[in-house]
Design a protein around this ligand. Structure first.
Ligand code: PEP
Length: 253
Protein backbone atom coordinates (compact mmCIF):
# COMPACT_ATOMS: atom_id res chain seq x y z
CA UNK A 1 0.00 0.00 0.00
CA UNK A 2 1.46 3.37 -1.03
CA UNK A 3 0.98 6.29 1.32
CA UNK A 4 -0.45 9.21 -0.65
CA UNK A 5 1.58 12.39 -0.85
CA UNK A 6 0.19 15.84 -1.53
CA UNK A 7 2.91 18.44 -2.08
CA UNK A 8 2.36 22.17 -2.55
CA UNK A 9 4.49 23.86 -5.19
CA UNK A 10 4.24 27.51 -4.23
CA UNK A 11 6.30 28.62 -7.23
CA UNK A 12 7.44 32.27 -6.98
CA UNK A 13 4.53 33.39 -4.83
CA UNK A 14 4.14 34.83 -1.34
CA UNK A 15 5.65 37.40 0.96
CA UNK A 16 6.84 37.11 4.54
CA UNK A 17 3.41 37.73 6.06
CA UNK A 18 1.40 35.63 3.62
CA UNK A 19 3.84 32.73 3.99
CA UNK A 20 3.52 32.88 7.78
CA UNK A 21 -0.27 32.81 7.43
CA UNK A 22 -0.22 29.96 4.94
CA UNK A 23 2.07 27.86 7.12
CA UNK A 24 -0.02 28.45 10.21
CA UNK A 25 -3.23 27.69 8.30
CA UNK A 26 -1.81 24.37 7.10
CA UNK A 27 -0.55 23.55 10.59
CA UNK A 28 -3.95 24.34 12.10
CA UNK A 29 -5.73 21.91 9.76
CA UNK A 30 -3.21 19.09 9.54
CA UNK A 31 -4.74 17.23 12.49
CA UNK A 32 -7.64 16.18 10.24
CA UNK A 33 -5.27 14.52 7.77
CA UNK A 34 -4.48 11.07 9.09
CA UNK A 35 -3.07 8.95 6.29
CA UNK A 36 -1.80 11.30 3.59
CA UNK A 37 1.69 12.78 3.77
CA UNK A 38 1.52 16.55 3.27
CA UNK A 39 4.54 18.56 2.11
CA UNK A 40 5.25 22.13 1.00
CA UNK A 41 7.84 23.50 -1.40
CA UNK A 42 8.26 27.25 -0.76
CA UNK A 43 10.59 29.59 -2.65
CA UNK A 44 14.18 29.19 -1.40
CA UNK A 45 14.19 32.29 0.81
CA UNK A 46 11.18 31.07 2.79
CA UNK A 47 12.65 27.64 3.51
CA UNK A 48 14.19 28.73 6.85
CA UNK A 49 10.77 30.04 7.87
CA UNK A 50 9.15 26.74 6.83
CA UNK A 51 11.79 24.93 8.87
CA UNK A 52 11.11 27.10 11.92
CA UNK A 53 7.33 26.67 11.64
CA UNK A 54 7.16 23.02 10.61
CA UNK A 55 9.91 21.38 12.68
CA UNK A 56 8.26 18.96 15.07
CA UNK A 57 5.13 18.64 12.90
CA UNK A 58 4.37 15.82 10.45
CA UNK A 59 4.83 18.18 7.49
CA UNK A 60 8.07 17.91 5.50
CA UNK A 61 9.27 20.74 3.25
CA UNK A 62 11.38 20.90 0.15
CA UNK A 63 12.89 23.01 -2.60
CA UNK A 64 11.44 23.72 -6.03
CA UNK A 65 14.75 23.25 -7.82
CA UNK A 66 18.44 22.74 -7.10
CA UNK A 67 21.71 23.38 -8.83
CA UNK A 68 23.30 20.70 -10.96
CA UNK A 69 26.59 21.65 -9.26
CA UNK A 70 27.86 20.95 -5.74
CA UNK A 71 29.39 24.35 -4.92
CA UNK A 72 31.51 27.12 -6.40
CA UNK A 73 31.22 30.04 -8.77
CA UNK A 74 27.61 29.59 -9.89
CA UNK A 75 26.00 32.91 -9.06
CA UNK A 76 22.36 32.65 -8.10
CA UNK A 77 22.34 28.86 -7.73
CA UNK A 78 21.44 26.83 -4.64
CA UNK A 79 23.08 23.46 -3.95
CA UNK A 80 21.29 20.35 -2.77
CA UNK A 81 23.45 20.28 0.37
CA UNK A 82 22.13 23.77 1.24
CA UNK A 83 18.59 22.44 1.07
CA UNK A 84 19.44 19.55 3.39
CA UNK A 85 21.16 22.03 5.74
CA UNK A 86 17.76 23.66 6.13
CA UNK A 87 15.96 20.39 6.75
CA UNK A 88 14.46 19.82 3.32
CA UNK A 89 13.19 16.31 2.63
CA UNK A 90 12.06 16.82 -0.96
CA UNK A 91 13.10 18.75 -4.03
CA UNK A 92 11.12 19.20 -7.23
CA UNK A 93 13.19 18.33 -10.29
CA UNK A 94 12.31 18.97 -13.92
CA UNK A 95 9.12 20.96 -13.43
CA UNK A 96 7.72 21.87 -16.84
CA UNK A 97 8.32 25.55 -16.12
CA UNK A 98 12.03 24.78 -15.62
CA UNK A 99 12.04 22.68 -18.77
CA UNK A 100 10.31 25.27 -20.96
CA UNK A 101 11.37 28.61 -19.44
CA UNK A 102 14.92 27.68 -18.39
CA UNK A 103 15.80 25.12 -21.03
CA UNK A 104 16.25 22.14 -18.73
CA UNK A 105 16.45 19.07 -20.95
CA UNK A 106 16.12 15.40 -20.03
CA UNK A 107 19.87 14.99 -19.50
CA UNK A 108 20.10 17.95 -17.12
CA UNK A 109 16.98 16.84 -15.24
CA UNK A 110 18.41 13.33 -14.89
CA UNK A 111 21.66 14.83 -13.60
CA UNK A 112 19.83 17.01 -11.09
CA UNK A 113 17.86 13.94 -9.97
CA UNK A 114 21.16 12.18 -9.21
CA UNK A 115 22.61 15.28 -7.49
CA UNK A 116 19.50 15.57 -5.32
CA UNK A 117 19.75 11.94 -4.21
CA UNK A 118 23.46 12.29 -3.50
CA UNK A 119 22.62 15.24 -1.23
CA UNK A 120 20.11 13.11 0.68
CA UNK A 121 16.99 14.67 -0.85
CA UNK A 122 13.99 12.83 -2.27
CA UNK A 123 13.43 14.13 -5.78
CA UNK A 124 9.91 14.75 -7.07
CA UNK A 125 10.55 14.13 -10.76
CA UNK A 126 8.09 16.02 -12.96
CA UNK A 127 7.21 14.65 -16.37
CA UNK A 128 4.42 15.30 -18.84
CA UNK A 129 3.50 16.09 -22.40
CA UNK A 130 2.54 19.37 -24.05
CA UNK A 131 -0.85 19.84 -25.71
CA UNK A 132 0.75 19.49 -29.12
CA UNK A 133 2.35 16.19 -28.10
CA UNK A 134 -0.97 14.88 -26.73
CA UNK A 135 -2.76 15.85 -29.92
CA UNK A 136 -0.08 14.11 -31.98
CA UNK A 137 -0.68 10.95 -29.93
CA UNK A 138 2.87 10.80 -28.54
CA UNK A 139 2.11 11.20 -24.81
CA UNK A 140 3.48 7.76 -23.93
CA UNK A 141 6.64 8.31 -25.97
CA UNK A 142 7.28 11.59 -24.17
CA UNK A 143 6.80 10.33 -20.61
CA UNK A 144 8.73 7.13 -21.40
CA UNK A 145 11.65 9.24 -22.68
CA UNK A 146 11.55 11.43 -19.56
CA UNK A 147 11.50 8.44 -17.19
CA UNK A 148 14.10 6.52 -19.18
CA UNK A 149 16.52 9.47 -18.98
CA UNK A 150 16.67 9.03 -15.20
CA UNK A 151 16.72 5.23 -15.32
CA UNK A 152 19.56 5.25 -17.84
CA UNK A 153 21.58 7.82 -15.91
CA UNK A 154 21.15 6.46 -12.39
CA UNK A 155 19.49 3.06 -12.59
CA UNK A 156 15.90 2.18 -11.81
CA UNK A 157 16.72 1.90 -8.09
CA UNK A 158 17.15 5.69 -8.11
CA UNK A 159 13.36 5.89 -8.32
CA UNK A 160 13.08 3.64 -5.27
CA UNK A 161 12.48 6.20 -2.55
CA UNK A 162 11.48 8.96 -4.90
CA UNK A 163 8.33 10.31 -6.40
CA UNK A 164 7.21 10.98 -9.96
CA UNK A 165 4.69 13.73 -10.68
CA UNK A 166 2.81 13.31 -13.94
CA UNK A 167 1.91 16.84 -14.96
CA UNK A 168 0.42 17.29 -18.41
CA UNK A 169 1.79 20.69 -19.41
CA UNK A 170 -1.57 21.72 -20.88
CA UNK A 171 -3.19 21.27 -17.46
CA UNK A 172 -0.72 23.31 -15.40
CA UNK A 173 -2.16 26.60 -14.24
CA UNK A 174 -4.77 26.52 -17.02
CA UNK A 175 -7.82 25.37 -15.07
CA UNK A 176 -8.01 22.48 -17.53
CA UNK A 177 -7.53 19.22 -15.60
CA UNK A 178 -6.89 15.83 -17.15
CA UNK A 179 -9.93 13.62 -16.68
CA UNK A 180 -9.40 10.92 -14.06
CA UNK A 181 -9.38 8.36 -16.90
CA UNK A 182 -6.75 10.28 -18.90
CA UNK A 183 -4.57 10.65 -15.82
CA UNK A 184 -4.99 7.02 -14.71
CA UNK A 185 -4.07 5.80 -18.18
CA UNK A 186 -0.75 7.67 -18.16
CA UNK A 187 0.00 6.81 -14.51
CA UNK A 188 -0.53 3.11 -15.27
CA UNK A 189 1.74 3.44 -18.29
CA UNK A 190 4.49 5.08 -16.19
CA UNK A 191 4.27 2.34 -13.57
CA UNK A 192 4.42 -0.33 -16.28
CA UNK A 193 7.44 1.34 -17.84
CA UNK A 194 9.29 1.32 -14.51
CA UNK A 195 8.13 -2.27 -13.83
CA UNK A 196 9.83 -3.40 -17.03
CA UNK A 197 13.11 -2.56 -15.24
CA UNK A 198 12.11 -3.40 -11.67
CA UNK A 199 8.64 -4.53 -10.58
CA UNK A 200 9.32 -3.94 -6.89
CA UNK A 201 10.44 -0.33 -7.42
CA UNK A 202 7.39 0.24 -9.64
CA UNK A 203 4.93 -1.12 -7.10
CA UNK A 204 6.32 1.16 -4.37
CA UNK A 205 6.77 4.26 -6.55
CA UNK A 206 4.42 7.11 -5.70
CA UNK A 207 3.08 8.75 -8.85
CA UNK A 208 1.39 12.09 -8.18
CA UNK A 209 -0.92 13.90 -10.55
CA UNK A 210 -0.40 17.63 -11.11
CA UNK A 211 -2.36 20.08 -13.21
CA UNK A 212 -5.16 22.32 -11.96
CA UNK A 213 -6.08 19.98 -9.10
CA UNK A 214 -8.61 21.65 -6.79
CA UNK A 215 -10.68 20.50 -3.81
CA UNK A 216 -13.67 19.86 -6.09
CA UNK A 217 -11.89 17.60 -8.58
CA UNK A 218 -9.33 15.96 -6.27
CA UNK A 219 -11.48 13.08 -4.99
CA UNK A 220 -12.25 11.64 -8.44
CA UNK A 221 -8.54 11.70 -9.32
CA UNK A 222 -7.29 10.33 -6.00
CA UNK A 223 -9.47 7.21 -6.12
CA UNK A 224 -7.76 6.00 -9.29
CA UNK A 225 -5.55 3.03 -8.55
CA UNK A 226 -2.28 4.46 -9.89
CA UNK A 227 -2.74 8.03 -8.61
CA UNK A 228 -0.92 8.33 -5.30
CA UNK A 229 -1.48 11.99 -4.52
CA UNK A 230 -0.91 15.35 -6.11
CA UNK A 231 1.58 18.09 -6.84
CA UNK A 232 -0.45 21.24 -6.38
CA UNK A 233 0.36 24.71 -7.72
CA UNK A 234 -2.31 27.41 -7.52
CA UNK A 235 -4.54 25.65 -5.00
CA UNK A 236 -1.62 25.16 -2.58
CA UNK A 237 -1.54 28.91 -1.89
CA UNK A 238 -4.74 28.85 0.17
CA UNK A 239 -4.62 26.68 3.27
CA UNK A 240 -8.29 25.69 3.03
CA UNK A 241 -8.03 24.60 -0.62
CA UNK A 242 -4.77 22.77 -0.07
CA UNK A 243 -6.14 20.97 2.97
CA UNK A 244 -9.30 20.11 1.01
CA UNK A 245 -7.14 18.31 -1.55
CA UNK A 246 -5.18 16.57 1.24
CA UNK A 247 -8.48 15.41 2.75
CA UNK A 248 -9.55 13.95 -0.60
CA UNK A 249 -6.26 12.01 -0.72
CA UNK A 250 -6.75 10.94 2.89
CA UNK A 251 -10.25 9.65 2.16
CA UNK A 252 -9.04 7.72 -0.89
CA UNK A 253 -7.14 5.15 1.19
C1 PEP B 1 2.35 22.73 -10.85
O1 PEP B 1 2.87 23.73 -11.29
O2 PEP B 1 3.06 21.80 -10.41
C2 PEP B 1 0.90 22.63 -10.85
C3 PEP B 1 0.34 21.47 -10.75
O3 PEP B 1 0.23 23.84 -10.97
P1 PEP B 1 -1.37 24.06 -10.92
O4 PEP B 1 -1.91 23.20 -9.80
O5 PEP B 1 -1.54 25.51 -10.66
O6 PEP B 1 -1.91 23.62 -12.24
Amino acid sequence: MRQPLVAGNWKMNGALESVRELLSGIKAGIGDIKKCEVAVCPPYVFIPLAQAELSGTSIPWGGQNLSAEQSGAFTGEVAGSMLTDFGCTYVIVGHSERRTLYGEDDALVAHKHAVARAAGLKPILCIGETLEEREKGVTEDVVARQVDAVVTASGVESLGDGVIAYEPVWAIGTGRTATPEQAQEVHAFIRKRVAESNADVASKLRILYGGSMKPDNAAELMVKSDIDGGLIGGASLKAADFLGICKAADDSV
